[in-house]
Design a protein around this ligand. Structure first.
Ligand code: UD1
Ligand code: PEP
Length: 422
């Protein structure tokens, strides 16, 4: 298995291009199931998660052509050959559960494996299922699969979520595009991913209003057509690379970056003493001298501080002046990076969903292991600022969500190499 070796201590200067958003692109790909005409996505990130979903969609009969090194993808669901999403693929990638809404809406039937838990938490799908039932589907759970059917089509309804779920909002929204009548989704997720999905669905002929607010109204239509859609910038990749100059010192311009996608996070960085300037081409982030200041963080659904940036923020707080409290409210087990950071010399106490981080003068390189995507990248960031060499193992987690990570960081002056595994 490959590992990544980082030698810390370099200031970072230069530019990093921001790729298309993984979490958005995956949902956009599932939307292609809704139409018998081709959907063309541009600005697709070249990532293993995208390849996994490609495999799943192909198993359903979706033809997928990849152009420009995978950065343009044409998905043609002229005919759906299978309505069953197999466990072998769904277990690798939770976003694949989002084929449920489109399959059910287009075919009146779907069999989708339950995704199971994962390293960061139990991650139930009850809200997805409840939403499908509210739209008139019958749901049965058998042998680890969700069997959903709506032989006479889905019917518009009021879906009121008891808590904000990005995945369930998106499953409900895609399903409702082809339902008869009007669907109202209350307490909907407001994430930029959901807004971008709504934009793509609208370009396919769907009638959607209110995406980006907590009430989304969808007027069902008989059919959707093809479209061409550019995937929005990856706010989590951008946030990760905003931490890089903050933790190492220096100045990095994130090309294609947008502050509005990470406003709550940007405000916390500024409170910590990091400078952020909007430029014609993106965002310029710099820390010129001194340490960052400690800040407290509580993860929340958008527009709050994103859970997907909590691990990276923790790496930064390890070297801050003072003590910070990081509260994780979305996932019950998302502090696995803490013990690894402690191996590098960090002072962190975890109690339930709260981590207290006491800033230290220096981190020291060490061999470390990560169990999820954002935890892995937090160890890379810590390694960039640590004395000596840090070897991050289980790099396949990083390859799920960061395109050309080493190349992008090397271009701004980091010493980072991939070591092929045996
Ligand atoms: C609100 C939020 O920040 N969602 C994050 C979540 O999206 P993802 O769509 O994976 O997760 P949800 O938004 O659905 O989950 C939010 C919360 O609701 C719970 N839940 C969800 C669905 C369900 O049927 N039942 C249920 O109880 C989850 O366990 C979790 O505690 O992970 C993604 C990958 O890290 C992030 O990009 C999203 O920002
Ligand atoms: C946890 C993530 O992805 P997934 O929902 O696919 O596990 C993530 O993008 O940080």
């Amino acid at each position: 298995m490959d590992s990544i070796v980082v030698t810390g201590g370099n200031e970072l200067h230069g530019e990093i291009p921001i790729s298309g958003a993984k979490n958005t692109c995956l949902k956009l790909m599932t939307a292609a199931i809704l139409s018998d005409q081709p959907v063309t996505l541009t600005n697709v990130p070249a990532l293993s998660d995208i390849r996994t979903l490609t495999e799943l969609l192909q198993s359903l009969g979706v033809e997928i052509a990849q152009l420009q090194n995978g950065h343009v993808m044409v998905l043609s669901a002229e005919q759906i050959a299978s309505r069953r999403a197999e466990y072998e693929i769904v277990r690798k990638l939770r976003a694949s559960f989002n084929v449920l809404g489109p399959l059910l809406a287009r075919e009146g039937e779907a069999e989708v494996s339950l995704p199971g838990g994962c390293a960061i938490g139990a991650r139930a799908v009850d809200l997805h299922l409840k939403a499908m039932e509210t739209l008139g589907a019958e749901i049965e759970l058998r042998e680890g699969y969700v069997h959903a059917s709506a032989p006479n089509g889905l019917k518009g309804a009021i879906i009121e979520f008891p808590l904000v779920s990005v995945g369930a909002t998106e499953n409900a929204m895609t399903a409702a595009t082809l339902a008869k009548g009007t669907t109202v989704i209350r307490n909907a997720a407001r994430e930029p991913d959901t807004v971008d999905l709504a934009r793509c669905l609208s370009a396919m002929g769907a009638k959607i209003e209110g995406a980006g607010t907590s009430e989304i109204v969808i007027e069902g239509v008989d059919a959707l057509h093809g479209c061409t859609h550019r995937v929005i910038a990856d706010r989590i990749e951008m946030g990760t690379f905003m931490i890089a100059p903050a933790i190492c010192g220096g100045e990095v311009e994130l090309i294609g970056g947008r502050r509005d996608l990470v406003e709550a996070f940007a405000q916390k960085l500024e409170q910590a003493g990091v400078e952020i300037i909007e430029t014609d081409r993106g965002l310029k982030v710099s820390r010129r001298n001194g340490k960052v200041r400690s800040v407290d963080v509580r993860t929340e659904p958008f527009p709050g501080f994103p859970t997907d940036l909590q691990a990276q923020m923790m790496a930064l707080m390890c070297l801050a002046d003072g003590t910070s409290v990081l509260e994780e409210t979305i996932f019950e087990n998302r502090f696995m990076h803490a013990p690894e950071l402690i191996r590098m010399g960090a002072k962190i106490d975890v109690h339930g969903g709260t981590a207290t981080v006491q800033g230290v003068e220096t981190l020291k390189g060490a061999p470390v292991m990560a169990t999820d995507l954002r935890a892995s990248v937090s160890l890379i960031l810590a390694g960039l600022a640590a004395e000596g060499e840090t070897q991050v193992n289980r790099v396949y987690h990083l390859d799920r969500g960061y395109e050309r990570l080493e190349e992008k960081l090397r271009a701004v002056g980091a010493t980072i190499e991939r070591m092929p595994g045996s």
